[in-house]
Design a protein around this ligand. Structure first.
Ligand SMILES: [Cu+2]
Length: 431
């Protein structure tokens, strides 16, 4: 929270910021590196480390009369979850999720919202402290924004933290179609424990039935695709960092499931949420943090070299295009039935007797093709073979020397630090 005096000081600093740079260039923020005691901190000329939204971007803004002006356009978008799977989604400014809105505690924001959908909408600023009439709830705080109309939301930012935005009009449909985004508010006084890299991930789920192109909003639990920033593994950008850097991953969840987000390689600190950055004595060391529906969580850690998975631990959420309610074939000898079916359907191949890896191998080998516009359940070819993952899974690629702006290749374990095969189990090993 900030007081009135800090607000006034903040206003002055904001005006100064607008002189340094204007328009869209201001938000992109040229990255400067200044040395602190232990590491380099990449804050921009406005005094904060800009958030990186993998597979996305931050919304440009301009400064006008001391107010940060943004423009969100609600519209239908052509969206790709991964090469080979495109849908008609709804989003903002050409994407789902919509662009990340980034501002600073003490700013006043003026957000124009144009509705290019064919039905009314609103925008609810999820978790923000604001006047009642700016809360964006159709019928309750305002009349809804009709197709073709532009409305303005304007309010001072009285807090900092990881927040979200989404419609509060025909909400079930519009969110199922992909309408949502992150709203990051940086603290006015840069925290002594600021981070070197700051990532924003928004979790969602989709019902895209095999061979179809429109999300099915009637599905409550049996979703086909589980996404990070509306992308599925292996088509989600990796998060990158240099060894020893302090990294924050902000995770928001506007899906219809809770997601226990698990990180390999480190114990992270849970340092904040919708409620801002918590006092340090409230931080928790975890390796899995449940990000509930409608919640946000900030995870911070010191980067260790490797290609470390970050994923939901609900194993069905790291799969693509799941079929549900199928007979269980594990342990079932299907040879005789396969022989009979193959007589009718040439090329028929039974699967699943020993697990699902054979399914993956048939797809990789080109023996099998799924329905149109439908991804294989799992994918991702690593240095040592198939990863057999999909959905809500990505990698944190940490290198001792990181080439900025590039996605690093595969991490090779240094000699003597990798699991290895032996010819025989040593004698006398108890089991
Ligand atoms: Cu999950």
């Amino acid at each position: 929270m900030i007081n009135r005096r800090q607000l006034l000081i903040g206003g002055a600093a904001t005006i100064l910021g607008s002189k340094l740079s204007s328009g869209a260039a201001a938000q992109a923020g040229s990255v400067q590196t200044t040395q602190t005691a232990s590491r380099s901190v990449r804050s921009n000329e406005l005094g904060y480390v800009p958030v990186i939204t993998p597979n996305g971007r931050s919304l440009p803004w301009r400064m006008r009369d001391g107010v940060k002006e943004f423009h969100l356009i609600a519209e239908e978008v052509d969206h790709e979850f991964a090469p080979g799977t495109r849908i008609k989604a709804w989003g903002y400014n050409g994407s789902t999720p919509g662009p990340t809105i980034e501002a600073v505690e003490g700013d006043t924001v003026r957000i124009y919202v144009t509705n290019k959908l064919r039905e009314p909408t609103t925008v609810h600023w999820h978790g923000l402290l604001l006047p009642f009439g700016m809360d964006g709830v159709a019928g309750l705080t305002q009349a809804s924004i009709k197709p073709g109309e532009t409305w303005v939301y304007e309010f001072p930012l009285m807090q900092h933290g990881t927040h979200m935005y989404h419609p509060h009009a025909d909400e079930m449909i519009q969110m199922a179609m992909g309408m949502m985004g992150m709203f990051i508010i940086h603290p006015r006084t840069p925290d002594a424990n600021s981070v070197d890299r700051d990532y924003a991930l928004l979790l969602h789920n989709w019902a895209i039935h095999p061979g179809t192109y429109r999300p099915d909003p009637s599905i409550m639990t049996e979703f086909d695709l589980w996404t990070i920033n509306s992308r599925v593994f292996p088509a989600i950008d990796s998060l990158t960092a240099q060894t020893g850097e302090r990294v924050r991953v902000r995770i928001g969840n506007l899906s219809m499931w809770n997601h226990p987000m698990h990180m390999h390689g480190v114990q992270f600190d849970v340092t904040g949420s919708d409620g801002g950055r918590w006092p340090q004595n409230q931080w928790r060391k975890e390796v899995t943090e449940l990000v509930g529906v409608g919640q946000t969580r900030d995870l911070e850690f010191t980067a260790v070299a490797g290609d470390w998975p970050l994923h939901c631990h609900m194993s069905h959420h790291t799969m693509n295009a799941m079929g549900h309610g199928l007979p269980n074939t594990i342990g079932v000898n299907q040879r005789e039935i396969a022989r009979r079916i193959a007589a009718l359907v040439p090329g028929y191949m039974p699967m699943g007797e020993h697990g699902m890896s054979d399914h993956q191998q048939h797809i990789d080998a080109g023996h099998m093709q799924g329905p149109d516009n439908t991804l294989p359940m799992m994918g991702g070819q690593g240095l040592f073979g198939p990863m057999e993952m999909g959905g809500m899974f990505t990698l944190i690629k940490v290198r001792d020397e990181l080439e900025e702006g590039a996605q690093p290749g595969w991490y090779e374990p240094p000699p003597g630090t990798q699991a290895y095969k032996v010819e025989a189990v040593p004698d006398g090993l108890p089991v």
